[in-house]
Design a protein around this ligand. Structure first.
Ligand SMILES: [Mg+2]
Length: 316
C-alpha cells in the first residue's frame, strides 16, 4: 500500500500518459469526439494501438530514466544523457511521431555527432536564428519528471526545468512554462492541492495575466494556438482549473482529462500536460481502471511500469 504522497508521485506520470493516450486519436482532426466522450482508440499520427501513449510521454520517460539513475538533472553529465536518450534511443529507435520543431532539431543532431547537451543547445540556437520560433509545446509536455526529481526544492527544480527545456527549446518562454508547471506539480504532490501561482515569482510578470485568462475562458479558446507553449499551458490549466471544485479525485481526474481532449487543438499534448498536474493532485489511485488496464508505450512500459518509474525519479 502506497502512502498518499507516493500515490500522487506515481499518478503524475501515469495520468500524463493516460491523457496522452486519450488524446492521440483526436490530434489529426484537432477536435474531440462529437459525443464529448473521448476513448483510448489509438490511431493518430503515430498509428498507435488503443491505450498507447505518444511522443509526449516517451520523451518524459527518457528524462525520468536519467533522473531515476540518481543523476542531477542540472548537471551537464545528466543533460548529456538526456540529449543522447532523445536522439539515439528515442528519435533513432522508438519515436512514433515527432513534433515539427523537435524533428528539425533532433534530425540535425543525429546527422552531426557527437550528440550531447552542448550540441543540442547549439543547434537549437541556430534554429531560433533561422525561424524565430522555438517556443513550441514540446518541452512542457515532457517536463513532469523534473518536478518529481526535485520535490520541494524550488530553486533546484526551476534551474533543472529550464536546463532540460533548453536542450530542445531555445526560447526562454518554453523554460518559463516548464518552471511554472513543475512547481505546481511539486506543490500538488506535497499538498494534494492545485495552485499554478506558486511559481509566479520565478517567471516574468506577463505570466500572471496568461494564467488568469485561462481561468476565465474555456479550453477550446486556446486550441488554435496550442502548438505554442503558452497556449498549451493555458489550455491545460483551463482544463485543470475547471474541475478544481469536484471533490472526488477519480471524477476530478477523469473530467479534467476529458475536458482537455474535448477542447481540441493538440489534444494529446494538452491532455498530457493537464494529466501530469491532475495525477500529481489526485493520485494514481484516481486513474480509471479501464485506462490503467490498457495504457502502455515505448520503451515497453505499462501502468505499473510508469508508476515505478515516477517513484524512482523521486528516490533517484
Ligand atoms: Mg503526442
Amino acid at each position: 500500500m502506497k502512502s498518499e504522497r507516493d500515490d500522487r508521485v506515481a499518478g503524475t506520470l501515469l495520468a500524463a500518459a493516460c491523457g496522452d493516450a486519450l488524446g492521440v486519436h483526436y490530434e489529426p482532426s484537432q477536435r474531440g469526439p462529437a459525443d464529448g466522450d473521448p476513448q483510448m482508440l489509438g490511431g493518430g499520427y503515430g498509428h498507435y494501438a488503443p491505450g498507447e501513449y505518444s511522443d509526449d510521454t516517451q520523451m518524459a520517460v527518457v528524462i525520468a530514466q536519467v533522473a531515476a539513475s540518481g543523476a542531477d538533472l542540472r548537471s551537464e553529465d545528466a543533460l548529456d544523457r538526456v540529449a543522447s536518450g532523445f536522439v539515439q534511443d528515442w528519435f533513432g529507435g522508438g519515436a512514433t511521431d515527432v513534433g515539427a520543431q523537435t524533428r528539425a532539431l533532433l534530425g540535425r543532431a543525429a546527422a552531426r555527432p557527437p550528440v550531447d547537451a552542448a550540441s543540442l543547445r547549439s543547434i537549437g540556437a541556430d534554429l531560433h536564428r533561422e525561424s524565430g520560433r522555438t517556443a513550441g509545446n514540446g518541452s512542457l509536455m515532457r517536463t513532469s519528471p523534473v518536478a518529481l526529481a526535485f520535490l520541494g526544492q524550488a530553486d533546484a527544480m526551476a534551474e533543472a526545468a529550464r536546463a532540460v527545456s533548453a536542450l530542445t527549446h531555445h526560447d526562454p518562454v518554453a523554460g518559463e512554462a516548464c518552471v511554472l508547471w513543475c512547481l505546481a506539480i511539486s506543490h500538488a504532490v506535497l499538498t494534494g492541492s492545485v495552485d499554478l501561482s506558486v511559481g509566479l515569482s520565478r517567471v516574468p510578470e506577463s505570466w500572471e495575466d496568461r494564467i488568469r485568462e485561462a481561468e476565465t475562458r474555456p479550453v477550446s479558446d486556446f486550441a488554435a494556438q496550442s502548438g505554442w507553449v503558452v497556449a498549451a499551458l493555458q489550455g491545460a490549466w483551463a482544463a485543470v482549473f475547471g474541475v478544481r471544485d469536484i471533490a472526488d479525485p477519480a471524477e476530478r481526474l477523469r473530467k479534467g482529462l476529458v475536458a482537455a481532449v474535448n477542447g481540441g487543438g493538440d489534444t494529446d499534448t494538452v491532455a498530457a500536460i493537464a494529466g501530469a498536474l491532475l495525477g500529481a493532485s489526485c493520485g494514481a489511485s484516481a486513474v480509471p481502471a479501464e485506462w490503467r488496464a490498457i495504457v502502455h508505450g515505448w520503451p515497453g512500459l505499462d501502468a505499473d511500469g510508469l508508476e515505478a518509474l515516477a517513484l524512482a525519479c523521486r528516490r533517484g
